[in-house]
Design a protein around this ligand. Structure first.
Ligand SMILES: *[C@@H]1O[C@H](CO)[C@@H](O)[C@H](O)[C@H]1NC(C)=O
Ligand SMILES: *[C@@H]1O[C@H](CO)[C@@H](O)[C@H](O)[C@H]1NC(C)=O
Ligand SMILES: *[C@@H]1O[C@H](CO)[C@@H](O)[C@H](O)[C@H]1NC(C)=O
Ligand SMILES: *[C@@H]1O[C@H](CO)[C@@H](O)[C@H](O)[C@H]1NC(C)=O
Ligand SMILES: *[C@@H]1O[C@H](CO)[C@@H](O)[C@H](O)[C@H]1NC(C)=O
Ligand SMILES: *[C@@H]1O[C@H](CO)[C@@H](O)[C@H](O)[C@H]1NC(C)=O
Length: 607
């Protein structure tokens, strides 16, 4: 939707060259020619108001979904960050707005109306690393159940610049509950050397490779031919396609649910059970080596992992009769396994720089878990961060878990690795059009970001209308719900709940309008405009201080982006609209209104 036409690119190059000739002359004064991209803006269609709007469908919940098909999907459109003195807004609301753009005038004086949010850009907190979702077997099956065109639209929504620009993908290491069967990559009993380690058809056929193009790593067929995994055997690999759409390398994050049954005390993938033996023993060594083999197999497809977690939800494997794949670890056992097995194995592998994130479980286990694992220098030296899930968040204040962990171990980053709506027995499964769930997402992201978390990862990238497939019927919701029969997918309100934290990348073209940069920069910009530009956008944004003049139900967080512009995200979960104003001492007062049940992003240039 937001692609510059080729003619524009040519024009940009020609004008840019002219521009260069002018400015490599005597003067370094601002030149008189129009910056090339500005002309592009002139010859491009105007902002796509009414062209790329949400095709709203109401399924009887409190708001609507946006329907997309093989030829159409709503987008944010090419909107620019306005010049100094004005500000941009994007609004989504229960009433039906979806990333609706607006403009405002910065005021010299305070209006005195409503609460004032004062920006403190000199109070600097964590840098943001990125957002993403999980390519579970279920997500892959659902995406591949669409036509090629609709698949492309869906992947673009998540990974391209015209979408919400996810940069993180969590990849389950073998099966989890969102699989159609139980498997690991080493199900041959007694295979301590992992000689029979092999990726599953789910990986090879759906996530990493097209079987036609690849004969070398194709595993033996283990799936009955009627299953979705093998019926999609002619599909093009999803992770590689996501990578191709993304302007920068995706940060892949691997988490394993269970070790092979023969390595475990309970001899099964499900239920209460942990590794046999002791850390340093052969089962623990094999389990560490299993991760290395996983990294090696994916690397054959040019997919390298940014990080591994120490395993999904270790507390689940401590529960009697736990219903799906789990591997129990106490923090003490995990500490020793990392120190004696995983850490040394990874360091001496061909992937020594892979990050290791501990916990990968609910934050209520913090700060205790961190104290045990990070408090031990032998384990801590192999660990880079602490991964948290959002379930049961309401039981423990963020300050007491995330905040306390950050204060104890500020050199380890906190990262959100799993969240989904519709998991609670009281509010189960898919709810098409639930605005309440968008608020749950936005609330959690704001709370995390305001407590030092550097990134946030959603659960399944896409589910079907029942919230699956899930072999144990643990159905939940997703920001994208696929209807394969109609060949459409629905972008739920929660999709926009995440979208507000991803600044529209298109802004970048425009904010460079106002700047003059070096020759090198110009060349880069002309040749690979989008990729170069987008790197300057959100990754590396830093949270800064912002405080309210009085008590307010608003939730908010502010970020300074690498180009110096500011983005403020405001959530109003209450049922009436209220005025407020933002005060950035560098520019002035920004009068705003947060409608009832809304999510608002306000952004402005500071120079
Ligand atoms: C896709 O959706 C658009 C907008 O609703 C519609 O105009 C178009 O006909 C649809 N295309 C297909 C192939 O259904
Ligand atoms: C701002 O307030 C000052 C002092 O009250 C006043 O003199 C000035 O006219 C105001 N400026 C604007 C643009 O309203
Ligand atoms: C495991 O690998 C060995 C040697 O490569 C092979 O002979 C054997 O059949 C394999 N076993 C299974 C269960 O795949
Ligand atoms: C991986 O990348 C290398 C170098 O770019 C290329 O030669 C190779 O074909 C790629 N392999 C796959 C499986 O894509
Ligand atoms: C666990 O499952 C077993 C076998 O189904 C059953 O006998 C036992 O009561 C269950 N335990 C709990 C705590 O539910
Ligand atoms: C959001 O709306 C509610 C309901 O009217 C209001 O009480 C609250 O103050 C609003 N929030 C802000 C920040 O204006």
């Amino acid at each position: 939707m937001v692609q510059l036409p080729p003619s524009c690119l040519v024009l940009a190059l020609v004008l840019g060259a002219a521009d260069l000739i002018l400015c490599t002359g005597k003067t370094k004064q601002p030149h008189k020619t129009l910056p090339p991209l500005f002309l592009c803006a002139l010859i491009m269609p105007p902002p796509l108001q009414g062209i790329n709007r949400c095709v709203a469908r109401n399924f009887g919940h409190d708001s609507v979904v946006c329907e997309c098909n093989s030829t159409y999907c709503d987008g944010v459109g090419p909107v620019s960050l306005p010049p100094l003195g004005q500000f941009s807004t994007y609004l989504s609301s229960r009433a039906g707005s979806r990333m609706e753009p607006g403009r405002g005038q910065v005021q010299v004086n305070s209006s005195g109306a409503g609460v004032r949010l004062t920006l403190a850009p000199y109070q600097k907190y964590q840098r943001i690393r990125g957002f993403g979702g999980a390519m579970t077997d279920a997500a892959a099956i659902n995406i591949l159940s669409l036509s090629a065109g609709a698949q492309e639209q869906l992947l673009r929504q998540y990974f391209s610049e015209e979408g919400i620009g996810y940069s993180v993908v969590r990849v389950p290491v073998a099966s989890c509950d969102f699989s159609t069967r139980l498997y690991t990559y080493a199900d041959t009993p007694g295979d301590y050397e992992l000689k029979n380690f092999t990726l599953a058809p789910e990986d090879v056929n759906m996530k990493v490779s097209c079987p036609h193009a690849d004969t070398e790593a194709r595993p033996p067929p283990r799936v009955p031919s009627s299953s979705p995994a093998s019926s999609s055997a002619f599909q093009i690999p999803l992770l590689l396609r996501a990578q191709a759409l993304s302007p920068r390398p995706l940060s892949l994050l691997g988490s394993a649910w269970s070790a092979p049954a023969w390595l475990k005390t309970n001899g099964a993938l499900v239920g209460k059970g942990s590794l046999k033996g002791q850390p340093g023993g052969k089962e623990h060594k094999t389990w560490a080596q299993y991760y290395i083999r996983f990294l090696e197999e994916y690397a054959k497809f040019n997919l390298t992992f940014w990080a591994l977690t120490t395993g999904n939800e270790p507390s689940a494997g401590e529960m009697t009769n736990y219903s799906f794949q789990a591997l129990g670890f106490t923090p003490e056992e995990q500490r020793d396994w990392v120190a004696l097995d995983l850490g040394p194995a990874l360091r001496s592998s061909s992937h020594p720089h892979t990050h290791v994130l501990t916990l990968d479980d609910n934050r209520l286990l913090l700060p205790h878990w961190a104290k045990v694992v990070l408090g031990d220098v032998h384990a801590a030296r192999y660990i880079h961060g602490v991964a948290v899930h959002w379930y049961l968040d309401s039981l423990v204040p963020a300050e007491a878990s995330l905040g306390a962990t950050h204060r104890l171990y500020p050199e380890y980053y906190l990262f959100g690795t799993e969240a989904c709506a519709g998991w609670s027995p009281l509010d189960r499964g898919v709810k098409l059009g639930s605005w309440d769930r968008a608020e749950q997402y936005a609330h959690d992201i704001l709370e995390d970001l305001n407590h030092y978390v550097v990134g946030w990862t959603d659960w399944n990238l896409a589910l079907d209308q029942t919230g699956g497939p899930n072999w144990v019927k643990n159905f939940v919701d997703s920001p994208v719900i696929v209807d394969a029969e109609r060949d459409v997918f629905y972008k739920q309100p929660s999709f926009y709940g995440v979208a507000h934290f991803r600044w529209p990348r298109v802004l970048l073209y425009m904010s460079f309008l106002n700047r003059r940069r070096s020759l090198l920069f110009f060349i880069l910009r002309s040749l690979r405009m989008t990729s170069v530009c987008s790197k300057f956008l959100w990754e590396g944004s830093q949270r800064v201080g912002v405080s309210a003049s009085g008590k307010t139900p608003l939730e908010f967080a502010a970020f300074v982006r690498p180009d110096g512009s500011v983005a403020l995200v405001v959530l109003n979960r209450s049922s009436s609209a209220i005025q407020f104003e933002v005060w950035d001492p560098a520019v002035g007062y920004l009068p705003c209104t947060a409608p009832a049940h809304s999510l608002l992003t306000v952004a402005w240039n500071t120079h």
